[in-house]
Write a protein that binds this ligand. Structure first.
Ligand code: ZN
Length: 141
C-alpha cells in the first residue's frame, strides 16, 4: 500500500496539476515553510463565491509540491464554504488519518504516510494553510 501511495505522490510531484500563472486571477496568496524551505503561491480566480480556477507556483520538497498539486485538483470548482470545509477535513485527515464521511479524499489519501512523520506535516499542510489565508483575504475584501 505504501508503494502505491508513493507512486501517486511522486506522480503529482513530477507532473504537477494546474502549475503556473493564472490569467485574470482574482487574488494570489503566498505561503512559506521555513523549516523545509518550501515556498508557494496560489493563484485564485473567483466567480461569485466559487473558485472557478486555481493554480500554483513554487519550489520545495516533493511532499509540499505534490500536496499543492492535489489541492488545486480537489478545490477547483468548489464554493468558498466547501473549500473551508475541505481544509478542515484535510487537517483532521493529517492529524488523525481519518477520511471524511461520504467525501473521499482520492489522491490526497496518498499523504497518509506523512501524518506519521511530524517534521513533514508542515510540508503537507503548507498549500492548505495558504489557501486558508486566501479565504481570509477574500472575506476581508
Ligand atoms: Zn517540505
Amino acid at each position: 500500500m505504501s508503494d502505491l501511495y508513493g507512486e501517486i505522490l511522486l506522480d503529482h510531484y513530477r507532473l504537477p496539476r494546474n502549475k503556473g500563472q493564472l490569467v485574470g486571477e482574482t487574488l494570489s496568496v503566498e505561503g512559506k515553510n521555513p523549516l523545509c524551505g518550501d515556498e508557494l503561491t496560489l493563484h485564485l480566480k473567483l466567480d461569485g463565491d466559487r473558485v472557478s480556477d486555481i493554480s500554483f507556483e513554487g519550489n520545495g520538497c516533493a511532499i509540499s509540491m505534490a500536496s499543492a498539486s492535489m489541492l488545486t485538483e480537489d478545490l477547483k470548482g468548489r464554493s468558498l464554504a466547501e473549500v473551508q470545509r475541505r481544509i478542515e477535513q484535510f487537517r483532521s485527515f493529517i492529524r488523525d488519518g481519518k477520511e471524511p464521511d461520504g467525501e473521499p479524499l482520492d489522491d490526497i489519501s496518498a499523504l497518509a504516510g506523512v501524518a506519521q512523520l511530524p517534521v513533514r506535516v508542515k510540508c503537507a499542510t503548507l498549500a492548505w494553510t495558504t489557501m486558508e489565508q486566501g479565504l481570509l483575504q477574500v472575506k476581508q475584501s
